[in-house]
Design a protein around this ligand. Sequence first.
Ligand SMILES: Cc1cc2nc3c(=O)[nH]c(=O)nc-3n(C[C@H](O)[C@H](O)[C@H](O)COP(=O)(O)OP(=O)(O)OC[C@H]3O[C@@H](n4cnc5c(N)ncnc54)[C@H](O)[C@@H]3O)c2cc1C
Ligand SMILES: NC(=O)c1ccc[n+]([C@@H]2O[C@H](COP(=O)([O-])OP(=O)(O)OC[C@H]3O[C@@H](n4cnc5c(N)ncnc54)[C@H](OP(=O)(O)O)[C@@H]3O)[C@@H](O)[C@H]2O)c1
Length: 446
Amino acid sequence: MTKIAIIGAGPCGLSMLRSFEQAEKKGEKIPEIVCFEKQNDWGGLWNYSWRTGSDQYGDPVPNSMYRYLWSNGPKECLEFADYSFEEHFGKPIPSFPPREVLYDYILGRVKKGNLKDKVKFNNSVTNVAYNGSNFEITSLDKKNDKFSKDVFDYVVVSSGHFSVPFIPEYPGMKFFPGRILHSHDFRDAEEFRGKNVIVLGSSYSAEDVALQCHKYGAKSVTIGYRNNPMGFKWPNGVKEVHYLDRLEGNKAIFKDGHKQEADAIILCSGYLHHFPFLSEDLKLKTRNRLYPPKLYKGVVWQDNHKLIYLGMQDQFHTFNMFDCQAWYARDIIMGKIKLPNSSEIEKDINKWVAIEEKLENPDQMIDFQTEYTKELHGLSDYPKIDFELIRKNFKEWEHHKVEDIMTYRNKSFSSPVTGSVAPIHHTSWATAMDDSLKTFLDQSKK
Ligand SMILES: Cc1cc2nc3c(=O)[nH]c(=O)nc-3n(C[C@H](O)[C@H](O)[C@H](O)COP(=O)(O)OP(=O)(O)OC[C@H]3O[C@@H](n4cnc5c(N)ncnc54)[C@H](O)[C@@H]3O)c2cc1C
Ligand SMILES: NC(=O)c1ccc[n+]([C@@H]2O[C@H](COP(=O)([O-])OP(=O)(O)OC[C@H]3O[C@@H](n4cnc5c(N)ncnc54)[C@H](OP(=O)(O)O)[C@@H]3O)[C@@H](O)[C@H]2O)c1
């Protein structure tokens, strides 16, 4: 029997497990599956942890999410085709849920069967090597401090790529009297109430961490961009200036001459694709981009077709794209999809990479990833979902952000699965301090 290893039980690993479960329900014989998860529960980044640094076993903490994190895109863009929000919550819910609500949804469809039995929790994969016919995996049972080895025909790498922070250094950091942290270690904006905060970066973390600090009472927030400013109409108390030049004591001095007293510096400088457990010949090396090279259809390792990577792209689309990738990978593993020869594979990868390199603005990037996901969708029996509506929702969302960065989360979108329109949330995001599932779902509060 074919034996497959899935590394990581975050949203991508769960998509993989779900895809096999659906095939089995249709009467197909599925491979033997072992999913290794180094944390004590599933859900990946969505499984919030108060911890930073190391866990109780000395392993680096992979979690990067924080308190009061709300979805930064409409839930109607990430909805599962085979499990709608309405099916899970029993009613339509607003478009921008907080983390706990999305976590509940992600787990909803996998909790129903016996998929948890396939996951080895607290088990960290420490080495993967290919011996010419199969993969030898070494894993560490963290609780019992015991290494094991096993052999697999296929390996699915779904270990995420937003867990290992990229941490640059700026002159003067060594002597800065305040706190310096990466967004990976940011947990609670309350910590910065009344403080002058510097946020470095110009992507989603910079945007959201800056707004969180502002929302929870920071005295001032100064965002330092490196290449291009985000350029939103920031609320009073938040400003965007050009790149940090140096720190002198507690003063931040920017390239454009701007000076700001600072209590804390938050580096929103992104993450590294980091696979210390993979041998060199199997290792994806890429920055965060929409089409990492060497991955056929964004998932199959060009040099070894028994190695699958899920979710390694920069992400507009998330959960339903992960599903399309997993359903496609499943059908390769089960022999239902035959891969073309190596020159066709090379040509296809180069085609996507060349288009990606010419993308200039968010609308084009949305189109690119929608086309990619649509193509994958057409290759498996992943249920019907309206990608044209998702494309439209994404573009509207982008434009709402440009109109007003403080109110875009108050808007409502329609579902690509059920067609129903989301209700407007009872409280605007800027004043909603309680992000609990109970309060979010309590529509009587209107
Ligand atoms: C701060 C932040 C906010 C985000 N907010 C949103 C949002 O609002 N909406 C959205 O759609 N997306 C959001 N994302 C994007 C996020 O990448 C995806 O939603 C999703 O979590 C990716 O799933 P994944 O399975 O690829 O990775 P992860 O969620 O990172 O899961 C990977 C899993 O692999 C495990 N693992 C790693 N290495 C090993 C190993 N060696 N052995 C065993 N297990 C291992 C980890 O413990 C983890 O459980 C956010 C990301 C970040 C960083
Ligand atoms: N739900 C939410 O609200 C939420 C919140 C936070 C994050 N997220 C998600 O988390 C994921 C990661 O986002 P991210 O913003 O952390 O990473 P990212 O999108 O990869 O962006 C990395 C940023 O770091 C900047 N950078 C790199 N090196 C730098 C340096 N030396 N100095 C200053 N800036 C530097 C880059 O600037 P250049 O552009 O100049 O290269 C870029 O702006 C995304 O999927 C996002 O959607 C979601």
